[in-house]
Write a protein that binds this ligand. Sequence first.
Ligand code: ATP
Ligand code: MG
Length: 907
Amino acid sequence: MKSAKQIRSEFIDFFRSKDHEFVHSSPIVPIDDETLLFANAGMNQFKNVFLGLTPAQYPRVANSQKCLRVSGKHNDLEQVGKDTYHHTFFEMLGNWSFDDYFKAEAIEWAWELLTKVWGINPNLLYATVFAGDPIDGLPKDDEAARLWPRVTAIPAERVLAFGKKDNFWEMGETGPCGPCSEIHIDLGPDRCDMKNVQGHKCQVNAGCARYIELWNLVFIQFNRQPGSELVPLPARYVDTGAGLERIVAVMQNKSSNYDTDLFMPIIDRASDITGHKYTSQLGNKTDNAFRVIADHIRSLVFAITDGATPSNEGRGYVIRRILRRASRFGRELGMHEPFIYKLVPVLVDCLGDAFGEIAERSDYVSTVIESEEASFGRTLDRGIEIFNAAAKRARKSEDKIISGEDAFQLYDTYGFPLDLTELMAKERGLKVDTAKFSELMEEQRKRARAALVKDSLSITDKVSGQVLPETEDLHKYHTDQCDAAIVGFIDSDGFKDKGRIEASAQAGLVLDKTCFYAEAGGQVGDCGYIKSDKAQFIVENTTKIANCIVHQGKVAEGAFEIGENVQAVVSKDRNSIKKNHTATHVLQWALRQVLGESVAQQGSFVGPDYLRFDFTHPKAPTAEQLKQTENLVREKIAEDLPVAWTVMPIDQARKLGAMALFGEKYGDEVRVVAVGAGDQNHIGEAFSREFCGGTHVDRLGAIGGFKIIKEESISAGVRRITALTGLGLNAHLEKASDIVDELSVMLKVPSEALVDRVGQLLTDNKKLSKKLKSASRASGSDAMAEAKQLLEKAEKIGESSIIVGRLSTTSIEQAREAVDLLKKKAKSAAVVLGFDEDGKATLLAGVTNDLIEKGLKAGDVVKEIAPIVDGGGGGRPQMAQAGGKNPKKINDALARAAGIIKEKLGA
Ligand code: ATP
Ligand code: MG
């Protein structure tokens, strides 16, 4: 039997033999495509080639693309577990022609591979072609219909025509598309899962599992425009997609994808962990849970590896939903603790060969999954109870609908994504009022937005909707000073390109060109000033709105005219910023040396005083590793290597291995900063290459020094390092040395002896504390003795003791202990104690449960007597406490307390 790995390679090798070039799958999180949350087909990475925007690198390509179908136009989430062949994550094997071969070869080769190389029985295979569409004005694909019987052995009666829904492939609402020809397989009458559906007849595209689609050959010829118009593309393309999991199931003679070597190792491991058995039956609750979990872990690992992180929005929320769904199904296998993360290593064993990236980042991915599981786990069980109550109410109602309020509470308080609530509702034959849910969501969003606007009313919010002039800002890379002209300003009424700007509240000055750096990529915006002969403007921050650079700050002196010539001068802080920025790059390099390639930047902050670098790493680096990192950075600084930068096409930069930030959008041309390269012609020689638009030192020596001052965790699997260079470091060292000097004066020892001296002091201190504790325990036992005396004197009502009295000075802890002790000793008691500590009155009450049932509550007693000592207080029925300013009245308060208790107990 062939393994999945073998089948994947045979696909690639077959197309290699037909002159195709193998290319690696693109990331599942699309890099430059805003229109798509996740890669959902092999063609995503070639979209721009189809659109004629970028030239194809090879005329023929073959690959195995990582696909995720959980959102948008292609969403198979609901199917997962219920059938045997739809997954959220799957591999799509594909061969591609970029204006090279067309339908005949695509059809011939697909058939050859399936029937000759893989030996699938040709009598079981069907082909489909596009039947045409009147609305789009498209004719039937006669070409394909004629080709099938001609270039393959398929008889014409097994070539069937279908409409747009099945045989016109589109990636999304817009984009490249075209008619397609699919290959389906007949798996035999036993596989039909719609036998109970009235009128069902097993046939291709009838929806049952007997005929399933293996391979789709798409002939890309059109571009769907916004508004739905189809425009022919300049060239013709072949784009095919075959689901690896389905082919493997056929080849391994399994009746379910889950029974193949792509899933069984995961299911077996889950079975080991949970102690439940998998029996491979559809419609069985336990089996279904196994399938869902085995499916979802694949999606999670691939998506998180490629840069998605669980969050409350967009991609991150899709990931969170998948994870929470999997967690919920874990409950069906009796799992109340995180366990899904334990499946990561098996998956790496299965697929790490073909996709090295999941092996590289597996520690990080496990950490993220475990922490998400843990945090959802805290509310899941309670959420399920709340859900059950809501479901009970819904079942009683006429329309069998779970209310929007319940769904929203489950979402907001218990972290249940709406689709999870819907899924659980569906399992019970109920629906959810999603309209009301959305309404409540919108209200919450509005509240959040309102809160946000209040906090960030800055000058840049004044110009929404206005088109601002472009500023030429390349000067920032070369100089700190430049001459420019004022083209406009922003004040509280928005952007103006006429008039004068005078001493004012916050304003934004816009120049025709500038050397100021606008906040971006973690680097802070520059400060400085802009001046004319008569006036001066202090720049407190620089930001960018579209391509307009806004110098934010205040007119300090005089007034500026629009059109006037000025000089822009960046503050000296710029030098410190440059040092910190270049050091951040060197730090990233050093961390990868010390901690490994799994270190990936998650964010950064580069300011004049310090730098901060956030990166993925599953656990805290050791002190030793941090030292090593620090030393590596220092060595590079000492070597005084040069720093160069250049702008190049993004593909070239990627090929050079330049590091980009996950999830960051870049244009076609990117700036690459190369540390260790002599000039822009030697970028390849650099030891660090990063996509970066920031400002940097020319040589590493300028950084001066480097020190890590803090390392911490900021979220699951993400660490943060704060470090200093240059002036910031000097200031830090200066301060540290002052502290040492001061201590040595204070402790009267030379600095070398400080550590010993402080050690000595700590030991002494420990000894003294111990002594103190035992002394106070002695006085505590006084309080206990007093309490016992009170018990002996206590008045009785039936079996219950009324213990009211005063303690000589004690602490609140001891008094509380005394109340507890008295309650325990007396079994049934109402206790009220008072004491005076440093001129303040404290009253404490305790009531045993049997008396609470009779309506006597400690909280009520305390509330009533507290005013007597000029104070207030309260607490639980079992125990309550009050403080007051008038200790002289403690006895009065106690007397009143005794009265209240007797009243309540009916004495
Ligand atoms: P189906 O009708 O079975 O859902 P599809 O028409 O959505 O398939 P395509 O978009 O044409 O499929 O994708 C190409 C191939 O990818 C399919 O022929 C199939 O082998 C595979 N495939 C599609 N969706 C999935 C999925 N959710 N899980 C596994 N394989 C899939
Ligand atoms: Mg589908």
